[in-house]
Design a protein around this ligand. Structure first.
Ligand code: KIV
Ligand code: ZN
Length: 509
C-alpha cells in the first residue's frame, strides 16, 4: 500500500459502506456515484464503495464506482467467505476488505465459530484474495473486546497469510484514547504491515480515539463524511482530517477547502442533516454572536477562531451576507471547487441578489444550496416539460387546490388537483399532466430550511421513479416552498424523460 512519507496518514473513506448503514439514510445508485466522484475530488486515498454480497443493486454500485475512472483506490467489503469475496472480485475493485469477528461475544453469538475456525477462515480468505492479485485489508471485527493474546495471534496469522494492511475496528466504540493507544502499541510489536484504525462514536470519542491510534503508529484511518455510520456513527472525516493537519501537523491527501461542500452534498443526498454546532461543517462552526467575540474576530480572526474558515470552504457568518457581486460569488464558488457556466453563474447571482434585496443575509449554506439547485437544473433547450403558470389556494375552510399550465413537448396543457396541502396539490396536478408522456411517480420528498427564519431558503430534494424502477433525484432551492417543490419536480421529470429519449425508449417506458 502506498504510504508516501512518514508524516502521511491514509484516509480510507467508508461513507458509502458503513455510512450508508446510518439508520434513515437513503442513497440511490446515482447518488452514490455522485458522492464517489466528490470523494475522489476531495482527495481521499480509498473509497469503500459497499458490500457487493448484500444485494444486486449494491454490486452494481460498487462495480460502477470501480469502473468510473477515479484516481482513488476502490475497495469492497466481504465477510471471510468465498462467496462474499467472489462477489467483491467480480466488481473490479483494487482492494478487498475482509473481516471476521474475534471477540468472545461475537464469535459465539454472531457467527457461532471457535477460535480455530476463525483463524482458518481468515487465512483461507486472505490467501484467496491474494491469489486473485488484489490488495487485502483484514479486520478482526470487535478487536477492542477481543482477548489481546488471541487478537495478536489472529493479526500475526493474517500478516503471514498475505494481508497488506491490518485494520483494528473499535466496533462498539468502547475505547478511550489511553486504551486504544496501548492496544495499537501492543499490536505493532507483532505486526509489520501498516495498521489502520476504524472507530465508532458510541461514547463520542471516535475522532479522539483515531488520533490516539495514529499517535501510537496507525498510518490509516477509517472515516465517513459527517460521521455517518451504524448507530452513533464513525469518526467524522472532516474533524479527523483537520485535527491531523492543524493539531498534529500530519499530512493527508485531502483538499480541506472541499470539506464543507462535500458535507452539504452528503447531507442532502442521504437525508441526514448536520447538527448546527458540529465542528468544522455545522452551521455555527464559524458563526460569532457575543459582542466580545464579534469585535475580536473583526480585528484579529485568531482571537476566537482556531482556523481560518476559508481553509475548510466556509465563510465567517459575520461577513457571509456581503457577497460582492458576480466576481465575488464566482471566486467564492471556485474556492470550494465549483465551476458554474456563465449562464449558471448569472442565474446564481440573480437569485442571491433577489434574497439580498429582501434584506436576507445570504449564508454560505444558502449559496451552496442555490448553486447546486441551479447547476442541477435541466438546460432550457433540453426541457421536455416546462412551467408556464401555476396558482395555489389554501386556507382554514378551503381544500388545498392547485392549477398548473405546462408546456409538454411544445403544446400547452392545463390541470387542477386537490391535496392535503398546497405542495401535494400542485405536485399531483403536474403528475396528472405528465402521465401522458410517461408513468413517473414521486418516490421521495424532502424539505430542508437552510437557515432560520420564516424567510429561510428552502431546499427541496425529490426522487422520482419511472415504471421500470429507475430512480432520478433532483433538487431546487427557493424562499417559496411551493415554487421550490414545483421546480424540483419538473426538473426530475425532465431528467427522466430526457434519459428515456436518449436510450431510445429503452429505459423509462
Ligand atoms: O465496525 C466494524 O467492526 C466494521 C467492520 C466491518 C470493519 O465496520
Ligand atoms: Zn464499522
Amino acid at each position: 500500500m502506498n504510504m508516501k512519507n512518514s508524516k502521511y496518514i491514509r484516509i480510507f473513506d467508508t461513507t458509502l459502506r458503513d455510512g450508508e448503514q446510518t439508520p434513515g439514510a437513503s442513497l440511490t445508485i446515482e447518488d452514490k456515484i455522485e458522492i464517489a466522484c466528490q470523494l475522489s475530488r476531495l482527495g481521499v486515498d480509498v473509497i469503500e464503495a459497499g458490500s457487493p454480497m448484500s444485494s444486486e443493486g449494491e454490486k452494481k454500485v460498487v462495480k460502477e464506482v470501480a469502473n468510473a475512472g477515479l484516481e482513488t483506490e476502490i475497495c469492497a467489503l466481504a465477510r471471510a467467505t468465498k462467496s462474499d469475496i467472489d462477489a467483491a472480485i467480480e466488481c473490479d475493485v483494487d482492494i478487498v476488505h475482509t473481516f471476521i469477528p474475534t471477540s468472545p461475544v461475537q464469535m459465539k453469538y454472531a457467527v457461532g465459530l471457535t477460535r480455530a475456525q476463525v483463524l482458518s477462515s481468515a487465512v483461507d480468505s486472505i490467501e484467496y484474495i491474494k491469489k486473485h492479485g488484489l490488495k487485502c485489508e483484514f479486520s478482526p471485527m470487535d478487536a477492542t473486546r477481543s482477548e489481546v493474546g488471541f487478537l495478536k495471534q489472529v493479526c500475526e496469522t493474517a500478516e503471514r497469510a498475505g494481508a497488506d494492511m491490518i485494520n483494528v475496528p473499535d466496533t462498539v466504540g468502547i475505547m478511550i484514547p489511553r486504551t486504544i493507544h496501548k492496544l495499537i502499541e501492543e499490536l505493532k510489536k507483532v505486526v509489520k504491515v501498516p495498521i489502520s484504525i476504524h472507530c465508532h462514536d458510541d461514547f463520542g470519542m471516535a475522532v479522539a480515539n483515531s488520533l490516539a491510534a495514529v499517535e501510537a503508529g496507525a498510518t490509516q484511518v477509517h472515516v465517513t463524511i459527517n460521521g455517518l455510520g451504524e448507530r452513533a456513527g464513525n469518526a467524522a472525516l472532516e474533524e479527523l482530517v483537520m485535527a491531523l493537519h492543524v493539531i498534529c501537523k500530519l499530512e493527508t491527501g485531502v483538499n480541506s477547502r472541499l470539506l464543507y461542500s462535500t458535507s452539504r452534498m452528503v447531507s442532502t443526498l442521504a437525508g441526514i442533516s448536520v447538527q448546527a454546532n458540529k465542528a468544522i461543517v455545522g452551521e455555527n462552526a464559524f458563526a460569532h454572536e457575543s459582542g466580545i467575540h464579534t469585535r475580536g474576530v473583526t480585528v484579529k480572526p485568531l482571537t476566537f477562531e482556531p482556523i481560518k474558515p476559508e481553509l475548510v470552504g466556509r465563510t465567517r457568518t459575520l461577513v457571509a451576507g456581503k457577497l460582492a457581486g458576480t466576481r465575488g460569488i464566482k471566486a467564492e464558488l471556485e474556492d470550494v471547487g465549483i465551476r458554474p457556466t456563465e449562464d449558471q453563474l448569472k442565474e446564481i447571482v440573480h437569485r442571491v441578489k433577489n434574497l439580498g434585496d429582501k434584506g436576507k443575509l445570504v449564508t454560505d449554506a444558502d449559496l451552496l444550496a442555490l448553486t447546486s439547485a441551479v447547476m442541477g437544473e435541466v438546460i432550457p433547450e433540453e426541457k421536455i416539460v416546462d412551467l408556464c403558470d401555476m396558482a395555489v389556494v389554501t386556507g382554514i375552510k378551503v381544500i388545498p387546490t392547485a392549477s398548473v399550465r405546462l408546456v409538454l413537448d411544445g403544446k400547452e396543457y392545463i390541470a387542477a388537483e386537490t391535496g392535503v396541502g398546497p405542495v401535494d396539490a400542485v405536485l399531483k396536478a403536474i403528475q396528472k399532466l405528465t402521465s401522458n408522456l410517461a408513468k413517473i411517480r414521486l418516490n421521495e420528498y424532502r424539505l430542508e430550511a437552510i437557515t432560520g427564519g420564516s424567510n429561510a431558503v428552502a431546499e427541496v430534494v425529490i426522487k422520482v421513479e419511472d415504471e421500470k424502477g429507475h430512480i432520478v433525484s433532483s433538487r431546487a432551492a427557493r424562499e417559496d416552498i411551493v415554487m421550490a417543490s414545483v421546480e424540483a419536480m419538473i426538473n426530475g421529470i425532465n431528467k427522466c424523460l430526457i434519459e428515456k429519449r436518449k436510450l431510445g425508449n429503452k429505459n423509462c417506458e
